[in-house]
Design a protein around this ligand. Sequence first.
Ligand code: ACO
Length: 321
Amino acid sequence: MTYARIVGTGSYLPENVMTNQDLEKLVDTTDQWIRERTGIERRHISTGETTVDLAEQAARRAIDAAGLSPRDIDLIVFATSTPDKIFPSSACILQARLDIHGCPAFDIQAVCSGFVYALSVADKFIKTGSSKKVLVIGAEVFSKIINWQDRGTCILFGDGAGAVVLEASEETGILSTHIHSDGQYEDLLRVPYGIGDGFDQVRAGKGTVEMKGNEVFKIAVNTLGQIVDETLLANNMTKTDIDWLVPHQANIRIIKATARKLRMSMDQVVVTVNEHGNTSAASIPLALDAAVRDGRIQRDQILLLEAFGGGFTWGSALIRY
Ligand code: ACO
């Protein structure tokens, strides 16, 4: 049997850091409120770098870590909700920057679940024998679609990019992926305007994230609990089999709720939300890369990745690293 095995990880953050104290000067909020309700202390905010600029750095680091060169890559799957352009896709722009020619390259738009969706698609390309070495990216410049006067959302998000290289292998790698969506909740979380109205509302400043945070919070906690059960059941595993939880980094309280459900100590949970805020599709590969590079995640350990986001979309991946 062929598995998709992670052979390299990489990430990149804009240099510019925005602290909670900086946000106190923009909106009616406090460092204490943000820390207590979200766990976020700071986030990186682009000062001009685009999603593909960040992605290129993360991709080069992941390809280097895999000991490969860009031309070895035979598929690029790029998760983002903040693409540089309407088209070409961010995947195609990145492909040109990496001087790769001819392999398929496409974007996936599943907001905060984007990386898990991209991983799921890439896994299937490898399992069916269509691809051998796949670059999977999650990258966002969410700061461009934030209303910096809305304290309910502007304190939450940050910019960044993460990447992995997957390789076809006889050794186990991705054990299973599970992706879902339910479009009926659009009113709870969305950017309401865009191409559909010819950008008129975007020009009027309304092309920004709207969220009913409290309602999203409750659904996220329940749904992530269910996806954890689904993932363990599909693999005939129990909670004690998981070595590391690598969750989407939206809110420390959501992360803790999932860890409690798994009866996992927070020492087994990779947390970066304090440093990065919610970087949407970039958050899981950023967290994964941090824990791989500092040596916490070791070969052969079992990792559970999970995410929930706009759409609604949600998903998970169980991986033997
Ligand atoms: N500073 C101070 N007070 C604030 C702030 C702020 N930044 N934001 C809201 N408040 C106030 C509210 O106005 C409210 O005041 P009131 O009681 O006088 O009406 C009070 O704080 C409580 O507001 P809630 O919205 O109930 O606060 P909650 O504890 O739910 O925290 C938060 C808000 C952090 C947004 C939380 O609901 C959350 O994390 N939601 C989920 C986000 C998420 O996971 N989204 C999915 C991924 S994102 C994506 O896909 C794009």
